[in-house]
Design a protein around this ligand. Structure first.
Ligand code: CP3
Length: 345
């Protein structure tokens, strides 16, 4: 692993400033991405390793971020198990959600060969990326992936059918979670073998269930995946969104870093999370839709006292960028993080 700013920080080595990247930095706000999308569908971009590599590196060239995240989607895992997926204007849709019939688990057959194009893209990205930039691999955590597989779409933000299955038929829910976890391990370990610098596990919907249920039922699957990745000497960032005080259960045996959502203050997060675990986050991404950079600057300055003393910290937003954020505002944040004197002794 090279001594990039990102790699050093994630390995606990003190550097002059925090590294900066954004969840959903590829796509959404980048002019060259939006131009490519006039010609290619999202799926085209994900399936062609050359286009995937190009889009993955666009934020590096356009924004100057310190890390690139692989351009793909968490739903490639259910799709490679045979589920029929479509990305629409209203978000992703599965035409055969698992809530509809009792017998569908047996139809899920993980086919690792369907993910080969992603490993090919990682090889290309590593050849093309600047040396001082790190590459982050990822997949969805079992619970969030489960939510989409059972619900079939994201128009119901409560994922009611998915949660009901956990309460109604625990055995079936566990069978699905296990299947996702085992296939995710194969996928994540292959990403490690192809040379990613770090791995982020996205549990964007973690906050939808009571925290005790999350800790007892879900966290063991998370740990199984993160352990397999860390056994390959690849550091792991875990993003359990909206779990509030349950963040105190994300100890160093689970992840190297946790990504903090925008609901929790980064200072409170530091107080309740194991000091061995580094933090990532957590600017509210909606501030990147404002008209003037003055209010962004005010929010950024609030991170100064934290960043002066906290070396195990990666700057990011508290959730992904969205299409209504402006490119100029996002670029302003990157430049501000890079040009600020963090006064680290
Ligand atoms: O920076 C990046 O965008 C990296 C690649 C990436 C995508 N999706 C590409 C994408 C990553 C890391 C994801 C993760 C993902 N996908 C999550 C977890 C993280 C999070 O944001 O909560 C989830 C829940 C999904 C499922 C998904 N994919 C949704 C709900 C949507 C529609 C809304 C949206 O985020 O745009 C997608 C589509 C999607 N995934 C797009 C991209 C670039 C939009 C495609 C387009 O219209 O150009």
């Amino acid at each position: 692993m090279q001594n990039t700013l990102f790699n050093d920080t994630i390995n606990g080595i003190k550097r002059e400033r925090p590294p900066v990247w954004f969840m959903r930095q590829a796509g959404r706000v980048l002019p060259p991405y939006l131009k490519l999308r006039e010609q290619y569908s999202f799926r085209d971009l994900m399936l062609d390793p050359i286009l995937t590599a190009e889009v993955t590196l666009q934020p590096v060239h356009e924004l100057g971020v310190d890390a690139a995240i692989l351009f793909s989607d968490i739903l490639v895992i259910p799709e490679a198990m045979g589920m029929d997926l479509k990305f629409t204007d209203k978000g992703p849709i599965f035409f055969n959600p698992l809530s509809e019939s009792a017998n569908q688990i047996s139809s899920l057959i993980p086919d690792g060969s369907k993910l080969q194009h992603i490993y090919d893209a990682i090889d290309l990205i590593r050849e093309d990326k600047p040396e001082d930039v790190s590459l982050i691999g990822f997949c969805g955590a079992p619970f969030t992936t489960f939510c989409y597989m059972v619900q079939g779409n994201s128009t119901n933000h409560s994922f009611t059918e998915a949660i009901k299955l956990i309460y109604n038929d625990r055995k079936k829910a566990i069978a699905i979670l296990e299947l996702i976890a085992d296939f995710s391990i194969e996928y994540a370990v292959n990403q490690c073998k192809h040379g990613i610098d770090a791995f982020q596990l996205f549990d964007s919907h973690a906050g939808l269930i009571p925290s005790e249920l999350y800790i007892d039922l879900i966290l063991p699957y998370v740990k199984k995946i993160t352990n397999a990745i860390r056994a390959r000497k690849t550091p792991v960032i875990f993003f359990p969104k909206d779990i509030g005080y349950a963040m105190s259960h994300i100890t160093h045996d689970i992840a190297d870093f946790v990504s903090i959502d925008w609901q929790m203050s980064i200072n409170d997060a530091r107080k309740i999370i194991d000091s061995k675990v580094g933090l990532q986050g957590n600017l509210d991404p909606r501030i990147l839709s404002v008209n003037s950079t003055e209010s962004i600057k005010t929010e950024l300055e609030k991170f100064l006292p934290f960043g002066k003393n906290e070396y195990k910290w990666i700057f990011n937003t508290g959730h992904g960028l969205s299409p209504d954020n402006s490119f100029e505002n996002v670029k302003y944040v990157v430049d501000w993080i890079k040009n600020t004197n963090w006064n680290r002794a």
